[in-house]
Design a protein. Structure first.
Length: 512
């Protein structure tokens, strides 16, 4: 029997008064319109209601962002002034972190310990991008002939930022930071499950002096609000983090207006464990990679590909560690794993448990709703399947919950083949003490992010994004910042030679 137990020690709520959207620097009253209930995953209780924004609401937000983009109050800022202001936003966010920790934990159910560890680093995203803005230089390009040719990078305009429920504030801010530092404006549509911290951040930034219309928020679901935003002809860039199918639909809509795109989509992260790596340490990384955020991350350690010589030991120790993870109230500092986001998501995990059993895999940990459930939260035990074949559905399809599988391998080439046997290519990890093998395997795995002897690490300077069905473009780093600009080339004729193309006697006239 599993040792997992539910621990409930506190109940946190916020006002149930319906909230409106945030447009043009102010909250728009909800009024007699369609509302969505926002539930806390830790209890299942309704903690707030927000608007289901219509296409008309989205249009108003995009128009506000477009007007702000051209306004002297924003467009007229010098690079240095804007960079100072973006640094000020980092300070404002830092000053309100305690409030944001609690609101985020209430809204998405991650344990407060996880929330603190993650959000404490978010203000530095703004500081890093402010630095990139100060360091930005355009090019002078040597060309043939008597010409001075140079480039100018200009902010693209209105950015649609569609964010998920798993890291609401982190993912919003990793795109807000380059948006503001570049001089763009934005309309953010947070997940219908987790809009609360995004709405609060918009209020805080407005109070700090961010000009009206630079940061707008529309709340709603993907079918109505998300579709209206991604297909709006006024957006010049779409940034979306979500499932692959959502990215396909939103990307196609944005492409109809030739908006550029950055899409971070699904994943089925392989972790290759060689027998020269300490098994206990490999198990610790496995549990962290698979179950942090209740497994609701695109880089969840979903496939552990373990060398057969240590396979049995790895499975036994991972099962034991998984069973000991403390599940419970997200506000309890002793809680190690919280709930999944919704009853629907919990049922998805349980459905994949049934699929795994039907495929003949061996369930070695979890797979159930905890027996000592004492409230209405969406809890499910962290789950491990062993003796999995790489072609099984549980090894191919993204579950997006606390769910991982273990697959044996013999030779290095087999491990690489299994790791690449996936439609996804967001992230991967390698566990080995052989430096040459670490680099060799990292080079061979088809993924945009590779961790060697670690997992789930990010940095504001390191690009983040995937291959194949895991999306296009990069977030974080200078690669992300530069994607918020259009490039204009200027060519100046510095010579004084006469030119007349239609003088048929002229010699050495160049056409282009």
């Amino acid at each position: 029997m599993s040792d997992n137990t539910i621990r409930t020690t506190s109940s946190r709520t916020v006002s149930a008064t319906p909230r409106g959207l945030f447009i043009d620097g102010k909250t728009v009253a909800a009024g007699p319109r369609d509302l969505m209930e926002i539930r806390s995953p830790g209890t299942g209780d309704v903690v707030e209601s927000v608007l289901l924004c219509s296409a008309e609401d989205v249009d108003a937000a995009v128009q506000s962002a477009a007007q702000a983009f051209r306004s002297p109050d924003w467009a007229g800022l010098s690079v240095r002034t804007r960079a100072r202001f973006v640094n000020k936003l980092a300070d404002v966010m830092e000053a309100h972190l305690e409030e944001l920790y609690e609101l985020e934990t209430l809204n998405n159910g991650r344990p407060i310990r996880e929330t603190r560890a993650q959000l404490a680093r978010v203000p530095d995203l703004f500081r890093y991008n402010a630095g990139l803005a100060l360091a930005k230089r355009d090019d002078v390009i040597p060309v043939e002939g008597e010409y001075l040719t140079y480039t100018k990078r200009l902010p693209v305009g209105v950015v649609a930022n569609v964010t998920p429920f798993n890291h609401p504030l982190l993912i919003a801010c990793r795109n807000l930071a380059p948006t503001f530092a570049s001089g763009c404006t934005t309309v953010v549509k947070p997940s219908e499950y987790t809009p609360l911290t995004t709405l609060r951040l918009a209020e805080l930034f407005s109070e700090a002096g961010l000009p009206p219309g630079v940061f707008n928020v529309v709340t709603g679901n993907g079918a109505v609000t998300g579709r209206a935003l991604s297909s709006h002809p006024g957006i010049r860039k779409l940034v979306l983090t979500g499932g692959t199918e959502a990215g396909r639909l939103a990307g196609a809509a944005a492409a109809s207006n030739f908006a550029r795109q950055t899409l971070e989509l699904g994943g089925k992260t392989p972790v290759v464990v060689f027998d020269d790596f300490d098994v206990d340490q490999a198990v610790n990384y496995a549990a962290f990679g698979a179950f942090v955020g209740a497994g609701q991350t695109c880089v969840c350690a979903a496939r552990h590909i373990v060398q057969r010589t240590v396979y049995d030991e790895f499975v036994e120790k991972l099962a034991k560690k998984t069973a000991a993870i403390r599940i419970g109230d997200p506000f309890d500092v002793e809680t190690q794993m919280g709930p999944v986001i919704s009853e629907r998501q919990r049922q998805r995990v349980l459905d994949y448990v049934a699929i795994g059993k039907s495929e003949g895999a061996r369930l070695v940990a979890g797979g159930r709703i905890p027996e000592k459930l004492s409230n209405g939260g969406y809890f499910v035990e962290p789950t491990v399947f062993a003796d999995v074949d790489a072609g099984m559905r549980i090894a191919q399809e993204e579950v997006f919950g606390p769910f991982t599988v273990v697959i044996p391998f013999d030779a290095e080439e087999d491990a690489v083949r299994i790791a690449n046997d996936s439609p996804y290519g967001l992230a991967a990890a390698v566990r080995t003490r052989d430096v040459a093998r670490a680099h060799r395997v990292a080079d061979s795995i088809e993924a945009g992010i590779i961790w060697i002897n670690d997992h789930h690490r990010v940095d504001a300077a390191s690009p983040w994004g995937g291959f194949k069905l895991s999306g296009i473009g990069r977030e974080f780093g200078k690669e992300a910042f530069e994607a918020y600009f259009d490039v204009k080339a200027v060519m100046l004729n510095v010579g004084d030679r006469p030119f007349d193309w239609y003088d048929m006697g002229a010699a050495d006239v160049r056409l282009n």
